[in-house]
Design a protein around this ligand. Structure first.
Ligand SMILES: *[C@@H]1O[C@H](CO)[C@@H](O)[C@H](O)[C@H]1NC(C)=O
Ligand SMILES: *[C@@H]1O[C@H](CO)[C@@H](O)[C@H](O)[C@H]1NC(C)=O
Length: 475
């Protein structure tokens, strides 16, 4: 309460800045000054004329009392042209109800015109009529979306996340995703030929990279309010692939920050970027580890990105070396990791599965809808809980994630439900420890539309020979 009052006073001081100069001697100034009570009377129950010792008859330019950062008048002239009367002028001098006063109620407390509180993502202001006037934004955490998902038979459960509470849906889409759709040329890129024989290829009902390659699959990170899933998903898939292909000789967690701050050509940093650009950078320049170049989530303006603190130069045979020390001064391992060109997989569920099982996690682009933010557990499918709401409640944006495996469940009436196991980049407290499951085989949220695999660049020194058995076409 006291804080709110203080905030109102500060606000008032800003609003009233121009009228602070009115002087006692120049009545014309007084008439020209803006009215004191725009938007309602501040401190309506304060004692002014009363404390002064009474009111003045007629016009008396000396009949003033300090009021906030200016003065107010207690003469009978004060309400003649524009009002500069003290808040208690009407009550104390005229014995009538003061005009322009709004008192709003909230939880049994009284608030005055201009005071505010925040209801989830919306600012509510006490209006002059004594009504709270609230913004009408769709919020990222809407109680009725959460409740309707949890009451329905959607196959997944929703939760209210404190780290996302108070954001608007627009802010969620603007700051928590961050992958631009690949350009038309990239989208039209040929898929690799897999020569898969559906008869002979027996894919298990359940597969999880975490279990097949223990210690080589990296845990989900948290991008915070930085729309850089393009960098997080790319770094995560490359990290896993390098660890798998080096057979655990190297298990680097590659630095998304290195990509965000340094891969700036046609990339938007924390305002979104392209995965093909990120792969280009990983291939040609390479990045260091997360521990060497730690993630710095933006503090103030979400789109702000720190300057690039890591460069590399060629040392022959396609290898590169860092030219700077680690930004983390406690880490002295500034080795540069590179990838080979990425390749696009077909949208065929079985081919994606085979690729994951043979070679490790893949990167996928997906459309994130309003209900995805509240996902807590189960097999996600975009629901219809917002369909009857105004359009500002139904929004989506493009994101990228890492798919690590798959499985199959049965719902309450025994129908099998196939799913992908994927890692998000919203921290480990979101979803199933940072992971989520999503319906498989129906291109849910377009997750099967654009799927990418890659080889780490592992040389003979890094490990012994490694062979792969698909013909692949490179990006
Ligand atoms: C004082 O100002 C209020 C608000 O504009 C107005 O309703 C009222 O009539 C004024 N009173 C006088 C005496 O001018
Ligand atoms: C969600 O969490 C916030 C705080 O994190 C809390 O203020 C709010 O009441 C919660 N909303 C619901 C619907 O549980």
């Amino acid at each position: 309460m006291r804080l709110v009052l203080l905030a109102a006073v500060v606000l008032l001081m800003l609003v009233e800045d121009g009228s602070g100069e009115r002087t006692l001697s120049r009545r014309t100034r007084r008439e020209l000054a803006s009215p004191l009570h725009v938007g309602g009377i501040r401190d309506p129950f304060g004692s002014y004329c009363q404390r002064r010792g009474g009111c003045c008859p007629g016009r008396d330019d000396q009949c003033t009392v300090p009021y906030l950062d200016t003065i107010c008048y207690c003469d009978l002239f004060c309400n003649r042209t524009v009002s500069d009367c003290c808040p208690d002028f009407w009550g104390h001098c005229l014995g009538i109800q003061p005009p322009f006063i709004g008192v709003c109620e909230r939880n049994g407390n009284r608030f005055f015109t201009g005071q505010t509180y925040k209801e989830n993502c919306n600012l509510c202001t006490c209006g002059t009529t004594g009504r709270w006037e609230c913004e009408q934004n769709a919020c990222l955490m809407e109680a009725d979306i959460i409740n309707n998902v949890n009451r329905g038979n959607y196959g997944w459960k929703a939760a209210n996340y404190s780290q996302l509470y108070g954001m608007t849906l627009d802010e969620g889409i603007r700051f928590r995703l961050g992958t631009q759709r690949p350009s038309r040329t990239i989208m039209n890129m040929n898929e690799i030929q897999m020569n898969m024989d559906p008869q002979s290829e027996r894919l298990p009902l359940y597969f999880n990279s975490v279990e097949k390659w223990p210690g080589k699959i990296h845990e989900p990170l948290d991008q915070g309010n930085c729309a850089a899933s393009w960098a997080f998903s790319t770094a995560a898939v490359a990290s896993d692939r390098i660890s798998i292909q080096s057979m655990g000789h190297m298990t680097p967690q590659l630095s998304p920050q290195n990509l965000i701050a340094c891969d700036t050509r046609n990339q938007g940093g924390c305002a979104g970027g392209r995965v093909d650009g990120a792969w280009w950078y990983l291939r040609r320049r390479g990045v260091v580890t997360e521990d060497c170049y730690p993630y710095q989530p933006p503090q103030q303006t979400p789109a702000e990105v720190g300057r690039c603190m890591m460069q590399s130069r060629s040392v022959g045979r396609g290898k590169r070396q860092a030219t700077q020390r680690c930004p983390n001064s406690y880490n002295h391992h500034n080795d540069i990791y590179q990838s080979t060109p990425p390749y696009r997989l077909s949208s065929d569920e079985k081919e994606i599965m085979k690729e994951i099982m043979d070679n490790g996690p893949v990167q996928a682009i997906m459309e994130v809808h309003e209900d995805f933010f509240v996902y807590k557990s189960g097999i996600y499918k975009h629901t219809d809980v917002s369909f009857t709401k105004p359009s500002q409640y139904r929004k989506h944006g493009t994101h990228s994630v890492r798919i690590l495996g798959w499985g199959e469940d049965r719902d309450f009436n025994g129908t099998p439900r196939k799913y992908w196991i994927a890692a998000n980049s919203w921290g480990k407290n979101w979803g199933e420890n940072g992971y989520f499951r999503i319906a498989r085989g129906d291109n849910e949220c377009e997750i099967e539309t654009f799927v990418i695999g890659v080889w780490g660049r592992i040389t003979m020194e890094d490990m012994q020979s490694h062979h792969h058995h698909h013909r692949r076409r490179h990006i």
